[in-house]
Ligand binder design. Sequence first.
Ligand code: IPD
Ligand code: CA
Ligand code: CA
Length: 266
Amino acid sequence: MKQITDTLSSLVLKAGEIMLKAHDIESGDHMSEKAGDAANLVTVYDVAVQNFLITEITKAIPEAYFIAEEKENDADVLNRKYCFVIDPIDGTANFTHDYKHSCISLALFSYGEVVFAAVYDPYQKELFTARKGEGAFVNGRPIHTANRDTAHSIVSFGTSPYYKDTLGEKSFRLCYKLFRTCSDIRRCGAAALDLAYLAAGRNDVFFEALLSPWDIAAGYLLITEAGGIMTDMNGNKIDFSAPSPVFAATPAVYDELIGIVKEIMQ
Ligand code: IPD
Ligand code: CA
Ligand code: CA
């Protein structure tokens, strides 16, 4: 397993080079809108990172299956021995606006359980990894969730930009309630990094009303291995075979805040 995860980490680092080499991205020439939604973008770089990872992982593990954002998927393959769940660029809108806050998110499932996670931010050169039962790390250093109380907590959230009509109003109501309860709010634009930051003790809470498996699978293992809690918005286990609401927090504030989340999001 160690050999496989070392190979995966080095492939993710190489894939980061593709993001860093992107040029002229703000011109829009390399970009298209998915399903006619101006907020839902894909660039040639998303596709290039995804193709690179699928090709190289298949060379290393020929029996690997893939669930990845920029292709058609079949959720049944999550239960195979090796199934990789990949978001080639998480934070594509940040990427196209040159925010330099986007990442690659890769999770390895084995028989339905996440066993390895890698989230790589090529701009900060930070590689967050976790192996089931062995902890979470940034660039090889162990990370742990924070222990601040609610009043001192930073809440990071996602706006569910592809579901504005159905989830926008509730998301902002919850945001306001948590803003009043906690210290402050962040909306950074890359869910996988929000989750990695929670694992690293940089923020305390994360929520988003609907995210896809590739946004959250790696973050889930990072957070749980770093001592945090991540569930859906009813406090139930997340089902990675379909899009899911997400509420993640440190143990110091989870119990106090999940009640607010349930009340507003029901
Ligand atoms: C998006 C980002 C964003 C979140 C969206 C995601 P993408 O991923 O993670 O922060 O709010 O819900 O879809 O589309 O850039 O891969
Ligand atoms: Ca994403
Ligand atoms: Ca993406």
